[in-house]
Design a protein around this ligand. Sequence first.
Ligand code: ADP
Ligand code: ZN
Ligand code: ZN
Length: 835
Amino acid sequence: MVEIFEQHDDIRTFFAELLLPVPIPRLFTYRVPRVFQESIRTGQRAIVPFGERKVVTGVITAIHEQAPREYEAKYILELLDTFPVVSDVQLRLFHWIASYYLCTAGEVLNAALPSGLKLSSESMVQLHPAFSFEETPYSFTEKEALLLRTLAGESMDYTAIATLLGVKNPYNVLKSLAAKEAIILFEELKEKYRPKTDRRIRLTTAYTTAKPLEDLFQTLATKPLQEAVLLRYLQLVHVMQDPGSNAAGLSRKILTDDPELSDSSIKTLVKHHIFEEFDVIVSRFPDEDIHDTPVIPLSPLQQQAHQDILKSFTTHDYTLLHGVTGSGKTEIYINLIRQALEGGSQVLYLLPEIALTTQIVHRLKKVFGTTMGVYHSRFSDAERVEVWNGVLSGRFKFVVGVRSSVLLPFDNLGLVIVDEEHDSSYKQQEPAPRYHARDVAMMMAHMHHAKVLLGSATPSVESYYQAQQGKYGLVTLDKRYGDAQLPQVVLADIGLERRQKTLKGDFTGLLLRKIDETLQQQEQVIIFQNRRGYSPMVNCEDCGWVPKCVNCAVSLTYHQYRHALVCHYCGYKENLPQQCPSCTSARLKTVGYGTEKLEEELNLHFPNAQVQRMDLDTTRSRTGYETIIDAFERGETNILVGTQMVTKGLDFDRVSLVGIFHADRMIHFPDFRSYERAFQLITQVSGRAGRRDKRGTVIVQTSDPEHPLLQLILRHDYRGFYEVQLADRQQHHYPPFSRLIEITLKHADKRVCRQAAETLAESCRTNLPSVYILGPGEPAISKIRNQFLMNILIKVPRAAPNLAQIKSTLLSLTESLTQQKEFRSTRVILDADPM
Ligand code: ADP
Ligand code: ZN
Ligand code: ZN
């Protein structure tokens, strides 16, 4: 434990700069206690007092002898690490993210560090109520007393403790005790996140040779219980044949779980120094055995692509692999990863945050075994701490992970693969930092002098444009692996079927027929519909009344299994009324199809088939995805119906039909990326069909079969789609021809919100002459959680000389807005490259 209030006189005084996980755009200077002067290094974590009697964990970014001018530096309370846990490159990256995505480096640090690696007043309060510094019914002194009682027991007062510690001012005692309390609590936290250990038992060295062991049996002849333990141990651990096996010992649990052995005789043997106990650290992750998977030889086309990628790496930092679905991109990645690891560098493989991780992680585990770390948002915090530490210690040279794995402490990255680079789940929406993991990965790779491979069957327009411009290398794989062909896409005309009266509900006769045929042939079906719940809307047939959320400007979605109307934006829930509250009619009907209703109707149409739904509601548990995917893989499920989750990356042998229930809503969504998204989504989900020898079929239900986008999808014409999109983007100054910054203003009062937005837009127009400014306008959903919303869209022309300058001007304009009295409680959110 550390003496915090020491004398400082003759010797040099050191100060440390700390990055704290707070939304304040600056570093903080603290005094380094003498005990830490030798051991302090940048990248270590430290606990420091912050604000009014709070403590936080920060990271040391610099050490110097310059006392701060404006304030009296406080002491560092505790140094948490012997070695740095945040690398220099990481700190540079955090600062880059902060300036590019208009947030603070502290917010980035906060997002990066798993909670197990940071102690704060909040986490301490959870452990110990005495640490609550919020307003409490206690007066200050009562609170002190409470603290002291907890710390020192009932009998002592703090003057006594002051004497004990040799400190004069009792207030300092309190502070120092608070600090010590922090440290005690930190010990508890450390305990909580302590690596998992296994208690082992082994013979002490005195008994590891034949003679002493024989003598020991003599001694134990009259003690059959102890003898039994010894015998069992020797049965399981071959001490004589292999002395090393004694060193590794035996899990104590194996002995205690044995009903024939008594625990107390184990204890006695330990007490008499015949056995000794020790702990070994074990992983929280299952130690899957690596079947020495034979290297899968690449096909000639894959080999060519592999060579082209390596060649591109010699001239480009970034390379785009445009490979159609099922072309075998993953096998190429595996080869590249293996090579990079053999070269001694770290590798990061980024995946979108979705179901597909289950299948791919499984495939990679077989090849890379325990050197591979997996970083996933569904992991517990302790598991995330283990991955973080594993990257630091070199245990994990290779990490497969979702968005946030770009924030891990790599220090020697050689290769980054961004799979499905077009996927919008790479962009963090809320809270700050609102970063795009693909773009951060590219900056990170640049800092490490590493290579980046972006992969997709449907590259984003932005990335493809860069490749066309020669900024990124481009490698193309336009055939599926083996004999597999791209699926046949067929449009099912909803309008026509309605006129011909072959429509059943919203199912076209064509889709129903195809499903039936597919099931007859013992093959599987995937149906995609991008709406969860039963019906997206309920409406009164007599007066047109529609139930709306009380907090948001949206209609409520009916969920049958919960018998409730639910808001998908704020979670608000109410019962479906028996009659219309507006006209008392009982004729309330559900409108439209969510995945629940699809599931129900599929069950009615195909009573012999097993139908499984995969959406947010069925995958909330940690293993939700896995269970559903495993059952489908084993063929126990015949039809899988779901939201976006069924569209990405899945690889099944027996899926020969994919149905897209409603293409129109996707295409007509009011956003400049809606065509791109629809193209990607429909192509990706189609890509799940017929991935082996048999050609698959995709049925797209639409009321607009002549739509040019659908025509492009029919022909699998990515290039055609790209050309059309690019022309459109150029004409309307959208990316890649500009960079967007979206400003969202929030206020409980609609009028204030609008005024604030108008004021800000006005000052942007005055101060930023080189950009286009759209708005302010109301977003499609104009109220969420009782906050009214207004948007301003800034388009910065690609050629604008100083993006960073524009961003910092924006920040200061926003700041001066919220300093005006009437707009003080307006929240302003800046989002760079919004998706
Ligand atoms: P993509 O990621 O491009 O959609 P995958 O890598 O999933 O494609 O490959 C599609 C299917 O082809 C997978 O089932 C995969 O196991 C198989 N495959 C790909 N390359 C090979 C190869 N060289 N040898 C054997 N099977 C392969
Ligand atoms: Zn009504
Ligand atoms: Zn709501």
